[in-house]
Design a protein around this ligand. Sequence first.
Ligand code: P6P
Length: 336
Amino acid sequence: MIINRKILTLDEFTIQQLRQFPSATGELSSLLRDIGLAAKRINVEVNKAGLVDILGDAGSVNVQGEDVKKLDIYANNQLMGVLKHGISCAGIGSEELDDVVVFDDEVSNNSKYVVLFDPLDGSGNIDVNISIGTIFGVYRRISELGKPCTKEDFLQPGNRQVAAGYVVYGSSTMLVYATRRGVNGFTLDPAIGEFCLSHPDIKCPPSGRIYSVNHGNFFQYDEGVKSYITACQKKDKTNGGPYTQRYIGSMVADVHRNLIKGGIFMYPGTIDKPKGKLRLMYECNPFAFITEVAGGKATNGKERVLDIQPTELHQRSAYFVGSKDMMEELESHYKK
Ligand code: P6P
């Protein structure tokens, strides 16, 4: 008897995916559920952030007598905790930590995956109540199982990701993750405390009318980028008129909107910072993987982001990601 399940929770969805691959060990499904648990815990604190003045600012002691941590440190610790105490992760790399953390215990050393994450991207927007997010990428280890994972496990090109995803803490809290089989979005239902499948099989529209960039740096961008931005502003009425510029200074929210509605997000290099600001391993690569699985593209202006061979854990990359047609129009301006 097939039970008609209208709403699948994240746990039910990952288990359903697992049932379709009897040979799978379930480690990846378990890891994704672990991240979902951390996201729920982070969501509780992010939603209280506006009350920090009452609960006490980071570094102080709150009314319950607890140390109030900076939210991004709190988020980092939640993700590291669930992954260390799970069965699927041998170690992590985090935007908040200088070096990778090798879990080095018997279970972790036999775990197949390592995870890189930005625990709370855009955390500077918390005190003005703008959406922020968590970003993660999952790699299969290349080091020997049974031993501690190594730095090389974390310095793989983004095309070696087996899964990637993000959580956007916004008007609702959503967890979106991709495997090579597709991109699926889950919205947190506070009534039951579960992420529920709300956006099955997300596809990035091949084109759109939204471009996201920090216009303040316009005169620092190279000619190709300036030419494309100007073209976005000069679209005439025969093709719908000028595009809309939407940039809220929180990459997760901007890229999520563009993934659903169609659009392009740009964080180009500048004269002062040729590599731009965004980090390759735990900001650019996860969104590049998700966007490509959904039908879009992601480059650094010259090459596919997922093909970049990393050399450092925290290296930066110029970044362009979004709808296929818009990315190809940008590339045409680079070729001029
Ligand atoms: P700028 C947040 O600090 C972040 O890393 C991204 O989330 C965001 O898109 C970008 O930086 C904003 O940077 O230089 O435009 O303020």
